[in-house]
Design a protein around this ligand. Structure first.
Ligand SMILES: Cc1cc2nc3c(=O)[nH]c(=O)nc-3n(C[C@H](O)[C@H](O)[C@H](O)COP(=O)(O)O)c2cc1C
Length: 149
């Protein structure tokens, strides 16, 4: 199995209906592929997306995501030799958040750490260790919280 995480910028404004459609289609496809996933969307149009599953299925999804013109992927990271799913029950857990100052979310931290990797601020290996640990925490925090979309 393999896990991927990336952050991306939406290339166009996305309405509630757009997000609902995206979530519905993604859940259907992920269920068939045996992919489990976590998607976070900030109201300024940024996505943080994590997914896990059989190597060829997650690689195929990464290719589809890279070709999807609704967003532009800024940085991606993969965790090879990964064995235990973080979101075993979710074809797509989908949470949203604002960008107000003072509201602390771990998703923000992961996005920042991905930016450090992208910009070469410190070693990728060191940041990636922290990123996977933060994703463990996000999985624990969001466990049993209903998806917003
Ligand atoms: C932010 C974002 C997240 C997405 N997440 C998924 C996903 O988890 N699973 C999925 O199958 N498609 C997801 N999609 C849609 C894919 O990019 C792609 O459009 C879809 O899988 C259909 O691909 P196809 O037309 O090549 O079959 C997502 C798209 C966006 C913009």
């Amino acid at each position: 199995m393999k896990a991927f995480v990336y952050f991306s910028n939406a290339t166009q404004p996305l309405s509630d209906v757009d997000l609902k459609t995206l979530a519905r289609q993604a859940r259907t496809k992920n269920s068939v592929a045996g992919v489990t996933s976590y998607l976070f969307f900030w109201d300024n149009g940024v996505f943080l997306h994590y997914f896990e599953g059989p190597d060829e299925k997650v690689e195929d999804l990464m290719k589809r995501l890279a070709n999807d013109n609704r967003h532009q992927i800024e940085f991606q990271l993969s965790q090879p030799n990964f064995t235990s799913r973080r979101f075993p029950d979710d074809s797509l857990a989908f949470h949203v958040g604002g960008t107000q100052k003072g509201i602390f979310r771990l998703e923000e931290v992961v996005k920042q750490q991905l930016e450090y990797c992208r910009d070469g601020i410190g070693r990728v290996e060191r940041w990636s260790e922290k990123i996977w640990l933060n994703l463990d925490k996000i999985a624990n925090i969001t466990f049993a919280q209903p998806s917003e979309y």
